[in-house]
Every structure is written in C-alpha cells, then in structure tokens.
Design a protein around this ligand. Structure first.
Ligand code: URA
Length: 231
C-alpha cells in the first residue's frame, strides 16, 4: 500500500518537474513592436508579395466582405518554424497582423519559454480574413483558402510546422481527429518536394480557457526545442 503511494508520489513529482512555471505564471508583457526588416531572398520576397496580392484579390468570399483587413503573416520568412493558427480575431482584423490579442500574448510567452520569438518564427492562419463573431471558419472557407496556405508553406519552406488548434490540424493533416489524440508526436507532412515535420498543439485561446492544459503544450514546445537542434 505505502509502496503504491510512493510510486504515485514519485510519478507526480516527475510530472510537475515538466512544467515550466515561467510559462504558466509569468504575466510580464512582451514587446512585439520592434519589427525588423528581414533579409529575404528576392524570389522568396516576390512570391510572398504575389501570394498576398492574390489573396487580396480573392473573389466570392464572405469573410473578405465583412473583414476590415487582410491578415497575411508576421515574423521572419527565413524561419525554420512556421506557426499556423485558425483565423484572425477582432484585434488581428484591426491591426492586419496575426496573433496580436490575448491569445497572441500567450503565444509570445510560449515561444519565449523555448527561446523563440517573432524574429525566429513565421506565423500565419488557415484563413486570412476574420470570420464574423470569431466563429470557426466553415469547411467551404477552409477549402477556399487551403491552396493559398499550401503555397505559403512551399514559399517559406519551414523545417517544422506548429499547428495550433483543430482547424489548422484538420486543414493541414486532412484528418478529423482531436488535438488531445494527435498532440505530443511528430507528423511528417509533404507538399510536392517539400518535406516538413509538423506537430499539433493546443490553441493559445483554448489554453486561456483551460490553463491546466498548459502542461501538455509545454511538452510539445520542448519537442520543438529538441527538434530544432537537428537543423
Ligand atoms: N487566433 C488565431 O487562430 N489566429 C490569430 O491570428 C489570432 C487568434
């Protein structure tokens, strides 16, 4: 009986040692507004500009009609890590940048916990215009934006893709699974000649509602930190 309790206790101690308390408790704000110009290869810069213009010219899209701004991307186009979220919210729609609201602030802290920041990652979303009332994008909307997202990935050529939340996971991995089943492991993802490793994790907006799940996202983040050592 007491041996059982001891084993449980040892497991619990090991488990809690996995948690980075900085990630969970640090409330200091992070300054994202010192944006640097990145040294991007000319053809990469041109391809990104062309893609942005094509998305801006998209036809028959209700999201575009109701949104104020196109939200294309943020971060460093030369980064090895590409992060894909679901779609812009009200703050992102206002600023034209992804992940600038509360979820974005948490994302910055998560990145900081593994020594990353917006200079070292590239961030975009499955859909580039805000779905009204922050609803999830519909299957039809995802289907409409998916070819652009795939081209976006091909242009950036990341080594690692972090898929935040089920919309990004379902769109890229083409499954209907839930995050809790798919997170914590690497999935190989290929588009044409490009081979990347993708990892699925909880969306920061979900973590704001369910902070007890942060311990799992910390495990996923550490997997990224380890994988990056190989590239
Ligand atoms: N949630 C997302 O999925 N993307 C954003 O850009 C902001 C919030």
């Amino acid at each position: 009986m007491s041996k059982n309790i001891n084993t449980k206790l040892t497991k619990l101690i090991k488990y809690y040692s996995l948690i980075n308390y900085n990630l969970i408790f640090n409330n200091k704000s992070i300054n994202r507004y010192n944006q640097k110009q990145h040294n991007i290869q000319k053809d990469k810069a041109q391809s990104l500009k062309k893609l942005r213009e094509e998305i801006k010219d998209i036809k028959n899209c209700k999201l575009k009609e109701s949104a104020s701004n196109l939200v294309f991307s943020d971060g460093n186009p030369n980064s090895k890590v590409m992060i894909i979220g679901e779609g812009p919210g009200a703050n992102e729609d206002k600023e034209g940048l992804p992940f600038v609201g509360r979820a974005g602030q948490l994302l910055d802290k998560m990145l900081n916990a593994i020594n990353l920041n917006r200079e070292k990652v590239y961030i975009t979303n499955v859909v580039n215009y805000r779905p009204p009332e922050n609803r999830k994008p519909t299957d039809k909307e995802i289907e409409q934006y998916l070819p652009y997202l795939k081209r976006h990935i091909e242009i950036i050529k990341p080594k690692i893709i972090l898929l935040l939340g089920s919309t990004a996971m379902n769109a890229i991995l083409g499954n209907k699974d839930v995050i809790s089943k798919m997170r914590g492991k690497w999935h190989e993802f290929k588009i044409n000649k490009l081979k990347t490793y993708s990892i699925v994790s909880f969306h920061p907006a979900y973590l704001l509602r369910q902070p007890d799940q942060k311990k799992f996202s910390w495990i996923d983040l550490k997997m990224i930190r380890e994988k990056l050592k190989k590239f």
